[in-house]
Design a protein around this ligand. Structure first.
Ligand SMILES: *Cc1c(COP(=O)(O)O)cnc(C)c1O
Length: 329
């Protein structure tokens, strides 16, 4: 399928801004720092899933589905943006969230409810393991459910990030800026796979580095192996020639701390530094951890002063309100 023919349902505000992080760069005595502001995609407090959902929801609408089903952690940004996307499109939304019903509605879980999503709790599972049961129930009730995979990470979701890299490339050309490195939080993998495919499409030399967020894979392959597979699937889906290898997937597994969603000193420090030097809010689970990785790489001298590093802010800020105690301790 040719790239330009993919149906897209407009849900966000694009292009998202590219911001210069002057004061943070000077404080760290580091390279030039830019930030791609996908926290400002605009759909019910924004985030990177809005890009994926523009393609996924277009697919759901064209197939005449009447309800979308997806899954995630209790503070899933993906689930919150899916609930908003479903509302805009006039579809019902069922979310399968890990854990059990919290005593308080906070952060994304509060917003899910305001956005009208029906919520199911899945205990120890937070990656959609029990989605088939919900789908069966809905079908039994006469619905036609559209299942969006965990994190919106299939070839349609990843295609959105191939498009996003084109968007960035145009913005950089407009201001005559050259970016050497792109760093971001990587979890279900479609952001990374899409950027890798986009780089091939554009023929650019960006070094793309994902900072891994979640050490628990859904199977026994490594994170990089899963991203490579999704990269290949996405390239095939988009008709992109060339082939990929393990060396195309660069990810850092050394910033996982105590695991998914556990805030430690590095995340607290990264969030505070970015807020106090730039007035920009990161999130406790993803962008805070990825920025802690970037700060560590700068501190270890991994970039030269004349390089330019772009941090791709993937959103997630509503989760800050659910992590108040951990953030101020
Ligand atoms: C989902 C998410 C990511 C990770 O993106 P993937 O495409 O799933 O790898 C990063 N940051 C935030 C805030 C997210 O919600």
């Amino acid at each position: 399928m040719a790239h330009h023919s993919l149906p897209r349902k407009m849900l966000g505000h694009f292009p998202t801004p590219v911001t210069e992080l002057d004061r943070l760069s000077r404080y760290l005595d580091g390279p030039r720092l830019l930030m791609k502001r996908d926290d400002l995609t605009g759909l019910a407090m924004g985030g990177n899933k809005t890009r994926k959902l523009e393609f996924l929801m277009a697919d759901a609408l064209s197939g005449n589905y009447d309800v979308v089903v997806t899954a995630g952690a209790i503070q899933s940004n993906h689930c919150r943006q899916t609930a908003a996307a479903a509302a805009v499109c006039g579809l019902d939304c069922h979310l399968v969230l890990g854990g059990s019903k919290p005593s308080q509605a906070a952060g994304n879980y509060l917003l899910d409810q305001l956005l009208g999503a029906q919520i199911h709790f899945s205990g120890d599972f937070r990656k959609g393991e029990t989605v088939p049961e919900v789908v069966e129930e809905l079908k039994y009730g006469g619905y036609k459910p559209y299942v969006i995979p965990y994190g919106g990470s299939n070839e349609l979701g990843a295609a959105a990030f191939s498009e996003a890299l084109k968007e960035l490339d145009t913005q950089l050309a407009d201001v005559d800026a050259h970016v050497d490195h792109i760093i971001f939080a990587s979890s279900s993998g479609a952001t990374q796979a899409g950027l890798i495919v986009g780089k091939k499409v554009l023929g650019r030399d960006f070094e793309i580095t994902g900072v891994e967020i979640d050490k628990n894979g859904s199977d026994d392959r490594t994170f990089s192996e899963r991203v490579l597979e999704l990269t290949e699937q996405t390239a095939e889906f988009l008709g992109v020639q060339g082939g990929f290898s393990g060396s195309d997937v660069v990810s850092r597994s050394d910033y996982l701390g105590s695991g998914y969603g556990v805030v430690g000193d590095p995340e607290r420090q990264a969030i505070a530094l970015t807020a106090r030097h730039e007035g920009i809010l990161l999130d406790p689970v993803y962008s805070g951890r990825a920025m802690s990785g970037l700060i560590d790489m700068i501190t270890r001298g991994q970039f030269t002063r004349d390089e330019t590093v772009l941090f791709w802010h993937t959103g997630g800020t509503p989760a800050l309100f659910a992590y108040a105690d951990e953030l101020l301790s």
